[in-house]
Design a protein around this ligand. Structure first.
Ligand code: GDP
Ligand code: MG
Length: 341
């Protein structure tokens, strides 16, 4: 019965999506949402980008780069995996952080599978344990990506892997990876994997693990679509990524980017105007830089990224404005993050 319903859903969705979906999906096609969670800076966004093969989420060495839940879509002949990249789980102090944690909560509620990401080059911290504890109570299957394996000291592999695997209580792999197990142990599907988003290590193995626990289901998005984000939001994020790259200390966390204008000129050039909001006059000064030098540097780098992603010659105009305390204001946070300014 369930299978029949699923075939019918498949047929309707294919009909709805039109020619793109004409290609018949295998009867055991799988699909579903995978919430990618973990503490800040462990490499969640890098991992999602590497799995999708596109920059759907911006990345930076500064913590709390990801502010919203971001959908990355991976379409394979046999499956469609919908990755929900999320902000790193941390103590919410301001409206912005509360917004971010609601985004995590929404991803955890909506998902079919939870992928916990940790930094295996270090031993698990209390923050990792808090995240693990929080997801342990949820009903969905849980997998673990022990990420940044490229930074793992070979002498610490056994100790670190055992400590990270133990993060998920009742995790079938916990503490068992190096035991001389029984036949069942050998054939038991793996639920933890060493990965490197930067180097691409074991991403295929991680995908196989995900596929094994993903429910049967239709293709929800046409093949070729890699995210559900509007182009405006992606462009605003690419600008914020370059601001994060060039600015130091507190300024990056105070930045929000809004797209003010977007026009295709008759000569084919895409004209985009955007405003970078900061919270204080002093931050605005730093953002603009001497003789406008900093804003210009951010603009040039962002334009190159935008041209690469959109495949279109672009003219980018950036403005800096002060919006005092926007991170503490629930309404402004929602507006700025959803591109509604
Ligand atoms: P997130 O906050 O968990 O989304 O982490 P990001 O994806 O933004 O990455 C945080 C920082 O860690 C960035 O500087 C990345 O380049 C770096 N990073 C991410 N994944 C890896 C990895 O597998 N290996 C190494 N060496 N660095 C990584
Ligand atoms: Mg991130």
């Amino acid at each position: 019965m369930a299978e029949l319903e699923h075939d019918e859903t498949n047929r309707l969705i294919n009909a709805f999506l039109g020619s793109d979906a004409q290609e018949a999906l295998p009867p055991d096609h799988r699909s579903g949402y995978v919430a990618v969670v973990g503490k800040p800076n462990v490499g969640k966004s890098t991992l999602v980008n590497a799995l999708i093969g596109h920059k759907v989420a911006i990345v930076s060495p500064k913590p709390q780069t990801t502010r919203r839940r971001i959908l990355g879509i991976l379409t394979r002949p046999e499956a469609q995996i919908l990755f929900l990249d999320t902000p790193g789980i941390h103590e919410p102090k301001q409206a912005l952080n509360r917004y971010m944690m609601r985004e995590v909560q929404a991803a955890l509620t909506d998902c079919d599978v939870i992928l916990l990401v940790t930094d295996v080059s270090r031993l698990p911290s209390d923050d990792d344990r808090r995240v693990a504890e929080r997801i342990s109570r949820l009903p969905q299957p849980k997998l673990l990506a022990m990420n940044k394996a490229d930074l793992l000291d070979p002498r610490q592999v056994i100790e670190h892997v055992a400590a990270h695997e133990a993060l998920l209580p009742g995790h079938p792999d916990a503490g068992a990876s190096y035991s001389q197990g029984s036949v069942e142990d050998i054939f038991r599907p793996r639920t933890a994997m060493l990965t490197s988003g930067v180097r691409g290590d074991n991403l295929d193995k991680l995908l196989s693990m995900l596929l094994a626990v993903l429910p049967h289901g239709p293709r929800y998005f046409p093949a070729g679509q890699v995210t559900d984000q509007h182009e405006y939001i992606m462009v605003a994020e690419l600008i914020r990524e370059q601001a994060l790259r060039f600015l130091e200390q507190e300024v990056p966390h105070s930045i929000a980017v809004a797209i003010d204008d977007w026009q295709r000129r008759p000569n084919g050039v895409l004209y985009i105007a955007a405003t970078l909001y900061v919270e204080r006059e002093s931050q605005k000064g730093i953002l603009i830089g001497k003789g406008g030098h900093m804003l210009k540097k951010i603009g040039t780098a962002a334009r190159q990224e935008i041209e690469r992603e959109l495949g279109s010659k672009t003219y980018l105009e950036l403005w800096a404005k002060v919006r005092p305390g926007w991170r503490r204001d629930e309404l402004l946070v929602a507006r700025l993050l959803e591109g509604r300014m």
